[in-house]
Design a protein around this ligand. Sequence first.
Ligand SMILES: Cc1ncc(COP(=O)(O)O)c(C=O)c1O
Length: 396
Amino acid sequence: MSSDKKHLRKTGKGTRAVHSGTSPSENSLNTPIYQSSTFFLDDNAYKMWKEGKPRAPVYSRYNNPSLRSAEKKIAHLENADDALVFSSGMAAISTTLLTFLGSGSRLVTTRNLYGGTVILLDQDFLRFGIDIEFVDMKDLSSVEAALKDKKTDVLYCETVSNPLLEVSDLPELSKLAKKYDALSIVDSTFASPMACQPLDHGFDIVLHSVTKVLNGHSDLLGGVIASRQELIDQVWYKMRNFGGAMDPHQASLLERGLKTLDVRYKKSTETAENLATWLSKHPKIEKVIYPGLDSHNDYELSKKILSSPSTMVCFVVKGGDSEGHKFMQNLKIATQAVSLGGVESLISMPCTTTHVSWKVEERIAVGINPGFVRFSTGIEDSEDLIADFEQALNSL
Ligand SMILES: Cc1ncc(COP(=O)(O)O)c(C=O)c1O
């Protein structure tokens, strides 16, 4: 069997999740954990190192077979030439953006992004002299105006935004980026390759916090990008320089987590759909935000972009933040915690977590109304989660 397992590219995503990338050794079924910071320098390694080739097999920050297994699996799942893993989602985001941006260059993006990314842009990228224009990604004419206005190097957005679950029109955005010669990069953490493969919609680079659904067990931090080979190679040099490499043990856990991605994602999405429908009829719920419901602003777009709606369900509990908080405390199965995409359901409110530093008016202005709750659906049984929600709402 060839090591890049090209025949698997034509198989279903469930098959790729299990078999792609995995590179057994000594008759093992699984890729061993190459717990080694450094490697024997044979002639080939010396040559690659001397020539400055990406992935020279000399040192774990340059290359490690445990990392390559996870990377090849993700590359197949994203229909990409190759992938590159990092020590965290933020390492993937900062390293990738700083490969293509520097003093005097320009980024067009939106504020409707993961809060940590907005902080990185506001606190650090501005300090580095990068010109950033924040636009409403839902308004394609304002995106075009921003790209036309000044030469832009990168267009950046999220497939499904955190926490408002807005869906980006990836085919139109990638067309605009190409028209104005900007590189298009998308954070697809909330969608995962199970729901969307952004490279097929014309994006240049897709990235993920693998801490979330790709690993799926809330037991590691990691990030990944997937793209064409030339772009992966460019980012590899910056990953080597900035140093946000993944650890081999972390990569082995990730590769194991990825094997069940398809079944986990299907089960969580099915439960999320049931829960969203159930919540939308509950008298104590003011509003449900779920791309699979026809009440969602992006319902039609989500059918075009996403092959299944989302494992995330957001909703507004009547009575505001204090009632929302009481509801969370009444729950017996879902755990109050930030993060998402694990086998266990997690629940949190942006007002006390990701958006705690925002004023109430600022939160309302972007759609995070008092009582807004974010729920990450795990793989528990649907009827148990609904029963738990019912008792928690009835006790308000
Ligand atoms: C959409 C999104 N992107 C990136 C990140 C950052 O990832 P990490 O926490 O792995 O650094 C997060 C974390 O919550 C996220 O939700």
